[in-house]
Design a protein around this ligand. Structure first.
Ligand SMILES: [Cu+2]
Length: 538
């Protein structure tokens, strides 16, 4: 039995959902671009031993919908004061019948507190690193930035989706150790959007985020407030992630079986958490609710629907409101992406309905009986989202997404444009200029690509011939360009770059000059080394 097959069985034995996981793992047994990697480096995984797993939790044996959905606490700076949120280890109960789980948090809970921010008003947040000196998840010292001579525990906060000066953007090399602290300044000179904050420390943020270091940040503006969307108790965050939990309800981070190189290409859990809870319920009234949905998973795409494929409205995406609401019956949310949804429970009084990920429920809405006086609205026009004209772009960059497998077809490295993080900066857009970035995906995976600093629009996706690219580095299209669906026509900061396609985005690099990161938001890819710097030059 070859290794890929063996690992696949191992993962399946963990009770992972049928279908999605094996397909994605299998997708990795692909050929590598010829001539890029040769010699013994290719055989880094050849000596892999079977991994002895601790006994794992079977979440299907837990009683579902007995815990109320936790709502993260809210922090706002009403008088311009500096907020303080310490990174620290704690224990958190993920389900009524489970022992508490060790987690690393912002402010003592996973997710951390929701930051409430106002467009145009600067927010200052101090994030002291009060984490322990030792990591409790397996560091791979072969990963760039996580070498043996580096401190084990390092952290830096990135406000995902924020238009932030580079000094406060959480540049991955800019980490600090336990006992140190830093104040971040968020000018918030941007439209209302569902942002989030998470760790970005070089080489280990996949572990820090897995440990629990993420939280929501809701940026509001006057226009959005004028729309009379559901608000207050009818506006609910849904922060989604999956985790591998042991029978003792502790986080398990999978390893390769190579003790010196424990990195694995993707991580999928046996338990889906909503706001840090396993199979919670939310009591609602028979009226409209607005849900701010965020996928913070390391590797899992959530394929969300309501049971029975009951329709709901999508009103926003990563960077705020869409131009108009879109009726959806399901939604595929990649790691890093956000969706702003409105669900109307008016016809469901006295009933319950589950939020599903594929065929599995992840939480339940329990709708009260009687009538609710709902004065909220979802206007047919939400805001202007003018399309950025292709003709306004001064430059088009063609950038490849690459994956390199070892001698036993195990993925061992992913790159952007064939380059590693530490190589010289090659993307240097001029401040205020508009560019098209054209992602040529040479792998067999969808990669959610995220650019810091900017918001962008998806232009199109178009199938291309990979063999022609391999032979001559030219794009030969095999079919017509496909416009993004309506829910992807708003402002975005993560784009799902499909296999076999060229995906084009258009962005104006305004805001601040300086060095930023762009990367795949599958955290294991990002770590090894699907992340590159770019520099906005004044
Ligand atoms: Cu990726």
């Amino acid at each position: 039995m070859d290794l890929t097959r063996r690992r696949l069985l191992k993962w399946t034995a963990l009770g992972l959902t049928a279908g999605a996981v094996p397909a994605r793992l299998l997708a990795h047994s692909m050929s590598m671009p010829a001539g890029k990697m040769t010699g013994s480096a290719l055989c880094k995984h050849a000596a892999t031993e079977p991994v002895t797993l601790p006994p794992m939790l079977d979440p299907t044996r837990l009683k579902a919908f007995v815990d109320p959905l936790p709502i993260p606490s809210v922090m706002r700076a009403t008088h311009g004061e500096t907020l303080k949120i310490a990174m620290r280890e704690t224990e958190q109960r993920l389900h009524r019948d489970l022992k508490p789980t060790r987690v690393w948090t912002y402010g003592g809970s996973m997710p951390g507190p929701t930051l409430e921010m106002t467009s145009g008003q600067q927010l200052r947040v101090e994030f002291p690193n009060d984490l322990p000196g030792k990591h409790f998840l397996p560091i791979d010292h072969n990963i760039h930035g996580a070498e043996k001579d580096q401190p084990e525990v390092r952290a830096i906060v990135h406000l995902h989706g924020g238009r932030t000066p580079t000094s406060s953007d959480g540049y991955p090399d800019d980490w600090y150790v336990p006992g140190k602290s830093r104040v971040y300044e968020y000018p918030n000179k941007q439209d209302a959007a569902t942002l989030w904050y998470h760790d970005h420390a070089m080489g280990i943020n996949r572990l820090n985020i897995y440990a629990g270091m993420f939280g929501l940040a809701l940026l509001r503006d006057k226009h959005e407030a004028s729309l009379n969307l559901p608000r207050g108790e009818q506006e609910i965050p849904l922060v989604l992630c999956d985790r591998l939990l042991t029978q003792d309800a502790q986080l398990y981070y999978p390893v390769s079986g190579q003790p010196d190189a424990p990195w694995v290409p993707e991580v999928f859990g046996n338990a889906v958490l909503v706001n840090g809870a396993l199979l919670p319920y939310l009591g609602v009234q028979p009226r409209r609710y607005r849900f701010r949905v965020l996928n913070t998973a390391n590797g899992r795409f959530f394929h969300l629907s309501l049971r029975g494929h009951r329709p709901f409205l999508q009103i926003g995406s990563d960077q705020g409101l869409l131009a108009a609401p879109v009726t959806q019956t399901s939604l595929l949310l990649a790691p890093g992406e956000r969706a702003d949804l409105v669900i109307d429970f008016a016809e469901l009084g006295g009933q319950s309905i589950e939020l599903m990920n594929d065929a599995l429920p992840i939480m339940q809405f329990q709708i009260g009986s009687g009538k609710a006086n709902d004065t909220s609205q979802v206007p047919a026009k939400l805001r202007d989202v003018p399309r950025t004209a292709e003709s306004s772009a001064v430059k088009t960059r063609v950038l490849t997404l690459d994956e390199y497998a070892d001698c036993v077809a195990e993925p061992m490295l992913m790159l952007l444009d064939g380059k590693r993080w530490h190589e010289p900066v090659t993307e240097r857009p001029k401040l205020g200029s508009t560019e098209i970035w054209s992602f040529v995906n040479l792998t067999e995976d969808t990669h959610p690509i995220h650019l810091h600093l900017v918001r962008f629009q998806v232009l199109d996706r178009r199938p291309f011939d990979i063999n022609t690219w391999m032979d001559s580095k030219t794009v030969r299209y095999k079919g017509p360009a496909q416009a993004p669906p309506p829910h992807e026509q708003g402002w975005k900061d993560v784009v799902q770059v499909y296999p076999g396609m060229v995906t084009r985005i258009i962005a104006t690099f305004d805001g601040y000059a300086g060095r930023y990161a762009w990367h795949c938001h599958l955290l294991e890819h990002e770590a090894n080394e699907m992340m590159r710097p770019f520099e906005v030059v004044a």
